[in-house]
Structures are given as C-alpha cells and as structure tokens.
Ligand binder design. Structure first.
Ligand SMILES: [Zn+2]
Length: 245
C-alpha cells in the first residue's frame, strides 16, 4: 500500500499516470522478480526495477567486480573491485530504495534457485547454458521470462508470457549452428550504452508484464547501435521443440 507521504512522493510519477496509479504501483510493490546476471544488462535492469519499487528482488551472480567491468556495468565503482557483484548491488539498491526485500545468491543460476516462485525471471547472462536452463524452468512453471543479449554494437531482446502462451520458447528460436556461443563480450567487445539500451528495455518489459500490458510473446527486438535502427521480428514455434511442445 502507498501508506506514507514518503512513498507517495517516491512513486508520484507512477501515481500520476492513469494506467499505473495506486493499483499499478501496488502490483509492482508485491512483485517477485529474479534477475540472473549482474553485468552490463543486469546493472540497469536492477537499478530501474529497484527504483520502480519492485518489492522482492532476487539477484544471482557468481562473479566479483573487475576493472574491465567498469566501462559498462554502471552499478559498480572502482573501489568495488574484488568484491562480489551481488553484495555491491544489494548495498547500492537498498541505498536507493530501503523498502525493498533483496535476496542475493553468489552462485551460478541453478535448478534449485529457479524452482522458487517468481512473477518474472530476467536473463541478463552472457551465455547459452544458463539461458536454456532458465527458459526450460520458466516454460514448465509458466513463469514470465525476459531475455536479452548484446555484442559489439548490437543487442536483442525476446520475452515470453508462458502463462498465456504455452508454445514458442527461447529454444525454438536459438540457432544451434550460429557462431554466437563462441563470441562473447570478453573476446569480442561491446559498447556500454548498447547494453544500457537493452537493459532499460528489459526493465520496461518486466513492468509491462507485471501491469498486464505485455502482448509480444516471442517477438524478437533487435537494436543496431551503429546505424541507430531497431528491427522487430515475429518468431515461430518450432515443431517438436524439446522444451515447449
Ligand atoms: Zn520451444
């Protein structure tokens, strides 16, 4: 409930909007969101979700902050180097919004973590194995799932509302023959704000899902930061998909 002057002021820009208002803010405050990966995508995602008042955030990342992260991972400062990302993130997010409940896991994402109940799971990892594990669990449990990735100047995002659309999942659209799994930000580089754009889009998608406005199940959104162009592509469910069919 918006039950204090402080909360009324904090969320006033949501409360002013007809399609959010007090009931929408209440939905955000009660939401449980798992964010896997606190790198270039995860940093803007958790900053925006915490600022928006997402009541229960679970953070998962096994890594420590390194100097090479600071070009794009906007939660961390040079003095954080050597510290676990989940600890730095939790501290910064609670400083931003002390009302939140934040759980943190300094480990790789696991089936154990994914069986807990979430309204949305956000994939901000940079490789295929955790992404496939998350997709499989979300599809089975009918949990909403938002995934993004970025490399060089390019980013892409896809999201799934499994509760209302049981077919078509991330496994249907992953090209197993693509060279993408061999390339990543550590060996090929990435432009920081491209991750920021995709992370902001992930956070917007989470909010849209929680408020019941999401209608783009399985639609692929691609951004090319070099040309400044966006492209939306409709994906098709793969007949005989191991995960969703
Ligand atoms: Zn599928």
């Amino acid at each position: 409930m918006i039950n204090s002057h402080e909360q009324f002021m904090r969320y006033s820009r949501h409360l002013l909007m007809d399609d959010i208002g007090e009931s929408g803010q209440q939905k955000l405050t009660e939401a449980r969101v798992l964010v896997v990966g606190l790198g270039g995508l995860g940093c803007p995602v958790v900053l925006y979700l915490a600022a928006a008042g997402i009541g229960q955030l679970t953070l998962c990342d096994a890594d420590i902050v390194e100097l090479s992260n600071l070009q794009r991972q906007i939660l961390y400062k040079e003095t954080d180097c050597g510290e676990l990302k989940v600890n730095c993130a939790k501290r910064e997010l609670l400083a931003l919004n002390p009302d939140l409940q934040i759980s943190s896991y300094a480990a790789e994402v696991s089936a154990e973590l994914l069986v807990n109940s979430y309204d949305v799971v956000v994939d901000c990892t940079d490789n295929l194995a955790p992404r496939q594990l998350i997709n499989q669990h979300c599809c089975q449990q009918k949990t909403a799932f938002v995934s993004a990735s970025a490399l060089g100047w390019e980013g892409q995002l896809v999201a799934f509302d499994f509760a209302h659309n049981p077919s078509l999942c991330l496994n249907c659209i992953i090209d197993k023959n693509s060279p993408e799994p061999l390339l990543n930000c550590s060996n090929s580089g990435v432009v920081g704000p491209v991750l920021g754009a995709m992370g902001s889009l992930q956070a917007t998608t989470v909010i849209r899902m929680l408020l019941g406005f999401f209608q783009q199940h399985g639609e692929l959104q691609r951004y090319d930061g070099k040309s400044g162009r966006w492209l939306n592509l409709r994906a098709e469910a793969k007949p005989g998909c191991d995960v969703c069919s």
